[in-house]
Design a binder for this molecule. Structure first.
Ligand SMILES: Nc1ncnc2c1ncn2[C@@H]1O[C@H](COP(=O)(O)OP(=O)(O)OP(=O)(O)O)[C@@H](O)[C@H]1O
Ligand SMILES: [Mg+2]
Length: 722
């Protein structure tokens, strides 16, 4: 309906708002994180590029420096060759002192050279810059550089690191070249000692952000390294696999990242070959330093970004919580308002129908009473048939008003404690007879006792009404399932705010279901979707009224096209339930005669009552109000029963009368009658027997007997006797 539609629209709008807030919360985290990741990555690539450039620049410097050293030695070779040109080994030996001085001159002032030595073709030194030689005592013919140079032409041989020796105070490498004859054949070696400290000092001097330098021979032997490792280990072979595999593949230049086997530091390393020499210069930057610099740079984003992100997230979270709470609150309020509106509507309809039904009841009593009287007086068949028709119609009318009274909760109930776990299976029989064969009936009850205090016949009627509805909803057959189980309610709006221990009775069908717009109105009296002849719209009203009056409620849930479930919540009782089938009472006999004092303000109703009483064999005296009744009892106490309506004019009602009689004439039985349940319940509380209007002869007979029995053992008599 209109209301339902706008409610759904509001609801979906709320859901959208909540979803948007949630999405914003996620975005408030994800977006800055993604931005941060991207900038961090870009920065990282930048740092890598900058580092590579730095390495390249350092390689240039190192390369330049090494070349200078090599050029100096080249010049020294040329000079020495010039000095000894045309001299035989013997000439040199004879001129040793002068040549030693000359060589010393070449070495002095060039820190990259520590000494020069000329060696003859057999490996014996001829002259050295470091002092005069003792002839014949040293033989270099087995030295690596000597054999290498002897077997090949041209080029410079670079040795590994040599330990200090007399005349050469520090670690050094020697660079040697052939001393050729004029015809170019091997005539010995000129060897120059270059101190490793010369390189190391330079490296230390230029080390800054680039902090690793090395001079390495093509076979991987380190000739100089910074930071300086203990010289002994420098002499060993550096197993730098990355470097060695790269040069093995013929790469003269490369940049890579590797961990040093010496100090286990991971570095970004670049190397370059020195053209014309089997030498490489290496430059490295500690990887950790690059990363930490990058981190330091990026942490700034985090320092400013993270608190902002957290703040935004928190603000959104707060907004979400507030919004949700607000929505929850208003939804709860709407539910309560709806429930209240519904309840008020039902109450209003109830009062209206109740009033109408009450007056209707009195009319029906007159009609049915008159019919019974006429039946005894008329004998011709035609009139009797007419009377039958009137009787049937009145009976239907009575059933109708009974439903209305139930709905308006003015029905007089005779509650008993019954166990639904036992009662439901019994009802199955009744239903099997009244439903079609294409409807399967399932009943399921728990092992536990499901005791409730209700009027058993009203309960049966409610179940029957539900079953008939289910039958109508399943024109092509289906299943009807009934079950009961104890439940504890917690004041939910869907159960009309009930809380406590209840027994829930479910009656479910597999029928066509109830459309949403019909749903709100199904419990209203006279609401029906069926044809005029088929439905009165009072079935569910009876169910609802009965459940309400019994202290519970009824709810309905339905899925269109799949079925409907009506649930009755009845308060659980702790009393001992009565057996399912009460023993049948013996048919009443004609009672012993006596006098009845009939108290009734409505003349016609009084007439009917009197007629019934006469049929039961009583003499009847009629009065119209309480005052008159008491006066009659005062003058003539020969009354065997007082039969009074409860509602009466004159300020005092039937209940007051019963109380007064209980005090002044305790031996006289009193039977009250009414169409209002509230007054009936009041009376029942005082222990007075009450007959519900409209009544027939049979129920009047039963109640008269009950009243008589009660007067024999009046509950108050015990108190009086004591
Ligand atoms: N089990 C059900 N499946 C589908 N619709 C149902 C069911 N029970 C009730 N209804 C709907 O609720 C309306 C009211 O039901 P209710 O029992 O009060 O009256 P009725 O069945 O129309 O008439 P009545 O019961 O007085 O003969 C029905 O007309 C029907 O539209
Ligand atoms: Mg019905």
């Amino acid at each position: 309906m209109e209301h339902g539609q706008s409610h759904r629209a509001v609801q979906s709008e709320r859901h959208a708002a909540v979803r948007l807030l949630k999405a914003l919360m996620v975005a408030s985290v994800l977006l800055p994180m993604a931005l941060f990741a991207i900038t961090a990555w870009v920065d990282y690539r930048n740092f890598e590029r900058i580092t590579n450039e730095r390495i390249d620049r350092s390689l240039d410097i190192l390369h330049e420096h090494s070349l200078k050293v090599l050029e100096t030695t080249e010049r020294a070779y040329a000079e020495v060759n010039e000095v000894v040109r045309g001299m035989s080994d013997n000439d040199i030996r004879l001129n040793e002192a002068a040549l030693n001085k000359r060589l010393k001159q070449i070495v002095t002032g060039t820190p990259q050279m520590q000494g020069i030595e000329i060696i003859d073709r057999d490996g014996h030194p001829l002259v050295s810059s470091n002092g005069l030689l003792t002839p014949g005592d040293i033989d270099f013919s087995k030295a690596e550089y000597f054999t290498a140079l002897k077997s090949r032409e041209g080029g410079t041989y670079v040795s590994t690191i040599n330990a200090p020796r007399p005349g050469v105070p520090g670690y050094f490498i020697s660079l040697s070249q052939r001393r050729p004859w004029d015809d170019g054949t091997f005539n010995g070696v000129i060897s120059i000692a270059v101190p490793t400290s010369y390189f190391e000092n330079f490296y230390a001097h230029i080390s800054d952000t680039v902090d690793y330098f090395a001079l390495v021979r093509a076979d991987g032997h380190f000739l100089a390294r910074y930071p300086v490792v203990s010289p002994a280990s420098l002499l060993s072979f550096d197993d730098d696999k990355d470097f060695r595999t790269r040069i093995a593949h013929g790469h003269d230049y490369s940049i890579y990242t590797a961990e040093s086997p010496y100090d286990h530091i991971t570095r970004r390393i670049g190397y370059r070959k020195i053209a014309g020499y089997p030498l490489y210069v290496l430059v490295g930057v500690e990887w950790k330093a690059i990363v930490s610099e990058w981190l330091r740079y990026n942490i700034n984003y985090l320092i400013f970004g993270a608190p902002l992100m957290v703040f935004l997230f928190a603000v959104l979270g707060l907004a979400l919580r507030r919004t949700q709470r607000l929505y929850d609150e208003s939804e709860r309020r709407e539910a309560v308002e709806n429930a209240l509106r519904h309840a008020q509507r039902m109450e209003a309809i109830g009062q209206l129908t109740g009033g109408v039904a009450h007056d209707f009841n009195n009319l029906l009593m007159i009609i049915s009473g008159s019919v019974q009287r006429l039946r005894r007086e008329l004998t011709d068949k035609k009139s009797l048939r007419l009377l039958d028709m009137i009787g049937t119609a009145t009976h239907r009318g009575e059933t109708l008003t009974r439903h209305l009274l139930t709905y308006s909760r003015r029905q007089t109930l005779t509650p008993e404690v019954i166990d639904l776990a036992q009662r439901l299976p019994v009802l199955r029989e009744l239903l099997t007879r009244s439903l079609r064969t294409d409807i399967e009936i399932n009943v399921e009850v728990p092992d536990t006792v499901c005791a409730v205090r209700v009027d058993p016949s009203e309960f049966e009627l409610a179940i029957l009404n539900l079953a008939v509805n289910a039958k109508d909803a399943m024109p092509n057959g289906g299943a009807l399932s009934m079950s009961a189980r104890p439940v504890t309610l917690k004041g939910d709006a869907s159960e009309e705010g009930l809380s406590g221990d209840f027994v829930a009775v479910y009656v479910a069908d597999t029928g066509q279901g109830i459309p949403a717009d019909v749903m709100m109105r199904v419990f209203e009296p006279f609401f029906t979707t069926k044809d005029v002849s088929k439905g009165t719209g009072l079935g569910l009203s009876q169910v609802y009224g009965f459940a309400k009056q019994s202290g519970g409620t009824a709810t309905v849930t339905s899925t269109e096209g799949q079925g409907t479930t009506v649930t009755l919540y009845l308060p659980r009782s702790l009393e001992q339930p009565q057996p399912a089938e009460p023993p049948l009472q013996a048919p009443a006999q004609a009672e012993a005669a006596g006098t009845v004092l009939l108290v009734e303000d409505d003349v016609d109703v009084a007439d009917v009552g009197a007629s019934y009483m006469r049929q039961l064999g009583y003499r009847v005296r009629s009065v119209a109000d309480v005052q008159a009744a008491l006066a009659a009892l005062q003058v003539d106490a020969q009354v065997d029963l007082v039969f009074s309506d409860i509602m009466m004019p004159g300020g005092r009602n039937g209940l007051d009368l019963a109380r007064e009689i209980g005090e002044r004439f305790p031996h006289i039985p009193v039977l009250l009658t009414t169409g209002y349940s509230a007054s009936a319940q009041d009376a029942a509380r005082y222990g007075v027997v009450v007959l519900q209007k409209p009544y027939d002869l049979e129920s009047l007979r039963r109640h008269v007997r009950e009243a008589m029995e009660q007067a024999r053992v009046p509950p108050a008599a015990l108190g009086v006797a004591g």
